[in-house]
Design a protein around this ligand. Structure first.
Ligand code: DAH
Length: 334
């Protein structure tokens, strides 16, 4: 029967055209040509049905529907494949090859330690405050009860950046200790006080494995009605244990600082050796007077810890200079 033969020819031609379409535009052209409502080839074939005899008509009509359904399905499958990008044209992309891993940024080990310290001290109820790195003599020395002739003021031990002649309010310098923030805080708030301040300090030390002319300290200050040395010791022990593990021991050695009385140096036992981690003590009455607190009313403790010390021990870094050389091979280990 010629009509059925025409349907078969149509189906074969459509299959070839669909297989050779390689873009979405081409497959759309194939659709218009073979299935289009107005001038499509299927439309021409449909008109043949009317020419079939009465007996043939049901067979021809059924076959027409089958052929058209099959072409429609083939077309859709091909269109989906082209749309998903899985075409032969793009097949030079091999998803099984190893990719290029992007290099991710990373917080500096000192920054990580600072973040960790803040978080731990926050849990002990200490508020984090900031202070300036450029200071005047009142905050770096005078109010901290450091006498005029004290060696800590020596120009060779400090980075003075302007002399008294140049500024109205006296010399200014890069702060040599974060204890400045004790004064700035007490000038602004009434007791009780419970703060820590973490930041950079500057001293003209010669660079070696344990010295840098810029390093970081965490200053702590607690002032209230009955603050005691026992509380200071408890706090520092808990802090060290939280940071380094339950076995860390703390010891206090008698020492001297102008701003505390009594004063101690604090060591921490870690892996069998005692490591000095900073200074501490009970706030000197003269410091309270300098900020307008009444030493008969309140007492307080203060401490200053070297952040690099903890960081070096924690990350097993044996030379402080590594932190500031900006060597990516070193920094990306953390
Ligand atoms: N400011 C001292 C230093 O840099 C450390 C220090 C000692 C801080 C005793 C304190 C303290 O708050 O009470 O060496």
């Amino acid at each position: 029967m010629d009509i059925l033969q025409a349907f078969s020819d149509y189906l074969d031609a459509a299959k070839t055209a669909i297989a050779s379409a390689s873009t979405l535009e081409e497959i759309e052209q194939v659709r218009i040509e073979y299935l289009g409502q107005k001038k499509g080839k299927a439309r021409e074939l449909q008109s043949l049905i009317g020419k079939a005899s009465k007996e043939e008509k049901p067979v021809v009509g059924k076959r027409f529907n089958e052929v058209r359904t099959e072409v429609t399905a083939l077309l859709e499958t091909r269109r989906d494949a082209l749309g998903s990008g899985a075409t032969e044209v793009e097949s030079d992309f091999d998803p099984t090859l190893p990719g290029i891993a992007p290099r991710l940024g990373n917080a500096h080990p000192i920054t990580k330690t600072i973040t960790h310290f803040r978080e731990l001290m926050g849990r002990f109820g200490f508020q984090v405050v900031e202070g300036p790195e450029i200071e005047d003599e009142r905050h770096n020395f005078d109010a901290l009860n450091i006498p005029e002739d004290h060696p800590a003021r020596d120009p060779l031990d400090n980075f003075y950046i302007a002399t008294a002649q140049k500024t109205a309010g006296g010399p200014i310098l890069l702060r040599s200790q974060t204890s400045t923030v004790q004064i700035r805080t007490m000038e602004q708030v009434k007791p009780p006080v419970r703060i820590v301040s973490l930041g950079r300090v500057y001293r003209p030390d010669t660079f070696d494995a344990t010295h840098s002319c810029m390093f970081h300290q965490m200053e702590g200050l607690m002032v209230d009605k009955h603050v005691t040395m026992a509380q200071l010791k408890t706090l520092l022990s808990l802090f060290a244990r939280s940071f380094l593990g339950p076995d860390v021991e703390i010891r206090f050695r008698p020492s001297f600082f102008p701003f505390t009385e009594p004063s101690v140096e604090v060591d921490m036992k870690w892996g069998g050796t005692w490591l000095e981690i900073g200074g501490a003590g009970m706030v000197d009455p003269n410091v309270f007077r300098a900020v307008g607190y009444d030493p008969e009313e309140v007492s307080g403790f203060a401490f200053g810890l070297g952040i690099e010390r903890f960081c070096m021990k924690h990350f097993e870094v044996d030379d402080i200079r590594r932190f500031y050389e900006n060597d990516v091979r070193f920094l990306q280990q953390f």
